[in-house]
Design a protein around this ligand. Structure first.
Ligand code: IPD
Ligand code: CA
Ligand code: CA
Ligand code: CA
Length: 264
């Protein structure tokens, strides 16, 4: 496989999609709901996904595409080359803030992450990595992450962790929040993964994410030595939803071992 060619192709496709997304703000955006009143989707999420799919199908007809809005393939195995795409990660931010959302793309071969991209569309910030070739923030190579103790860590975590939930023991999470230096919640899993990879956050965790939320970010995170797993410490399930945590080495183990008490 010629990964260099695919890498250049994917980058230019993402930049073109980013341009289309920025231009979309000049027209009226149609907002719809999916599984619940807060699960939002717009015509732009759909149009951008369709744009990617038409190009990839034309130029790489034997590759499969798993996209959030369902215009891609029904992907039941990770055999071959699979593109995992979230056309807009952070749709709520896209609608309410017109910023703080990203295009997220991971390209996997036989289940191994080869290329990863997160594009912060409004800031024109591009995070990308190729397996074993390092990760980049725009044209700057990202350094390997160093160990940070929990007491000095800023953690990406949202308020649902402290509300009653089916996943974890709240008491432990409250202890985690009290022990770390601070918490942040940005509303885009992909951007939070990019922030951990570039050292702006020390950890990010979520109770439920889908493959397209994390596929690109995992490739980038691994290239800087971050550890990305589900809450049981296993590699995240890339054919369905899973819990998720990415963090600096050491910190990852501390959080999973001492602060996550799964109810199921
Ligand atoms: C969502 C965002 C959000 C996360 C949700 C995701 P979407 O993706 O990443 O930060 O908390 O779980 O579904 O729907 O905006 O692409
Ligand atoms: Ca969505
Ligand atoms: Ca998403
Ligand atoms: Ca999305």
């Amino acid at each position: 496989m010629k990964w260099g060619i695919i890498d250049r192709y994917a980058k230019s496709l993402i930049k073109e999609a980013g341009h289309k997304t920025r231009v979309s703000f000049f027209n009226q955006i149609d907002i719809d709901t999916k599984s619940s009143a807060n699960d939002l989707v717009t015509n732009i999420d759909k149009e951008i996904e369709q744009f990617f799919i038409s190009r990839i199908k034309r130029d790489f007809p034997d590759h499969k595409i798993l996209g959030e809005e369902g215009f891609g393939d029904v992907v039941q195995t990770l055999d071959g080359v699979v593109w995992m795409l979230d056309p807009i990660d952070g749709t709520m931010n896209f609608i309410h803030q017109k910023r703080n959302f990203a295009i997220s793309l991971g390209i996997y071969a036989e289940g191994v992450g080869m290329l990863g991209y997160i594009y912060d569309v409004m800031r024109d910030d591009f995070y990308h990595a190729a397996k074993d070739e390092g990760a980049y923030f725009n044209d700057e190579r990202l350094p390997q992450l160093e160990i940070t103790p929990l007491e000095e860590a800023v953690i990406g975590i949202n308020a649902s962790w402290v509300a009653p939930n089916h996943f974890v023991d709240n008491e432990k999470i409250i202890e985690l929040i009290r022990t770390c230096r601070g918490t942040r919640s940005y509303g885009s899993a992909a951007l939070e993964l990019a922030y951990v990879s570039s050292g702006r956050l020390d950890a990010y965790m979520s109770m439920r994410l889908s493959p397209w939320d994390v596929a690109g970010g995992i490739v980038i995170a691994q290239e800087v030595g971050a550890v990305a797993t589900n809450m049981k410490g296993d590699f995240p399930h890339l054919l369905g939803q899973d819990t998720f945590i990415v963090a600096r080495p050491g910190l990852h183990q501390d959080i999973v071992t001492n602060y996550i008490d799964l109810k199921q």
